[in-house]
Design a protein around this ligand. Structure first.
Ligand SMILES: [Zn+2]
Length: 302
């Protein structure tokens, strides 16, 4: 099973503020249409890339950026395609009631995790205002996918880019599963070292895996393997900001082309490849699936 662990729902004209969209088009060179991921386009891209399921993300940055991709919108998409979409809610701990909104999103809307964007919200992931949100996620048994690493968004606060800020959260919430987005790019080694210290932390390869030179990606994967955390990395794209078809092709190349790997490191073995491309995500999401929650089928694991 191939699972893209990091995909954005949302449409340019329907959700994004003009200011945010202008920044994204300027920094990515993508057109407004390319930055939109309506339902039909999502499904077509998944089919073209051979992706079985995606983790579809809400995005609440209203306080700073003036827009959100609402939890309700993501939940509707998931309800229409429970066999293809697993939805993650998004809340802003800088606004009152964030923990209650997460609880509602999981128990009433059927979402299966939480996406946070601390640097976009100009807050550290370790800011105490997040703590009742984390407490709720831990209590509900749902994972938290946190943006870590660089973002071109001009309103974001670079003090909160570092993946190392998540260490305090991992210490204070030992039962919380956290996925660090983008492997903490450009701080990928620090991110891997952090995973090695904290067994409930995972990381996704979105953006990093799609845009860094293949040899750089191979080198990071080799380091993760040597550090014993390769089985906690999840393939993901950040679609529509990177293509699924292109990224799947790159990952296949990494599994086969010895020339891309550092001396002494073998390319991804078939079990490593399958774990990275979906097996690990399937295991992680199945563990958090509850009866009545849309999200994840209770299929036997492959
Ligand atoms: Zn993203």
């Amino acid at each position: 099973m191939i699972i893209d662990a990091h995909v954005h729902a949302g449409e340019y004209y329907r959700h994004y503020s003009a200011r945010f969209a202008a920044q994204m088009t300027a920094t990515t060179g993508m057109s407004p249409q390319e930055l939109s991921a309506p339902e039909a386009k999502l499904l077509a891209e998944m089919d073209a890339a051979g992706v079985d399921r995606v983790v579809l993300l809400a995005f609440d940055v209203r306080r700073v950026e003036g827009f959100s991709v609402p939890n309700e919108f993501v939940a509707e998409l998931c309800a229409r395609h429970p066999d293809r979409f697993t939805g993650f809610a998004s809340v802003d701990a800088g606004t009152p009631g964030a923990a209650a909104r997460l609880r509602h999103a999981v128990t009433a809307l059927g979402l299966s995790g939480l996406k946070t964007a601390p640097c976009y919200l100009r807050m550290s992931p370790a800011d105490r205002r997040w703590y009742d949100v984390y407490e709720t996620a831990q209590d509900l048994g749902v994972p938290v996918l946190m943006h870590t690493g660089y973002t071109p968004s001009r309103n974001a606060d670079p003090r909160y880019f570092s993946p190392l800020l998540v260490e305090q959260v991992a210490k204070d919430f030992p039962g919380l599963t956290v996925i660090l987005a983008h492997l903490g790019t450009p701080w990928t080694r620090q991110c891997v070292d952090l995973l090695a210290r904290r067994p409930r932390l995972y990381a996704d390869l979105s953006i990093f895996g799609s845009y860094q030179p293949p040899a750089t990606v191979a080198s990071a994967l080799a380091y993760a393997r040597d550090s014993g955390v390769l089985d906690r990395l999840l393939w993901g794209t950040d679609f529509p900001f990177a293509s699924m078809t292109g990224s799947v092709a790159r990952m296949a190349q990494l599994a086969h082309d010895q020339g891309l790997w550092p001396p002494g490191s073998a390319p991804l073995s078939p079990p490593e490849y399958h774990a990275l491309m979906g097996g690990t995500a399937e295991r992680l999401l199945a563990r958090t699936a509850l009866p009545g929650r849309s999200g994840f089928p209770s299929e036997p694991m492959s």
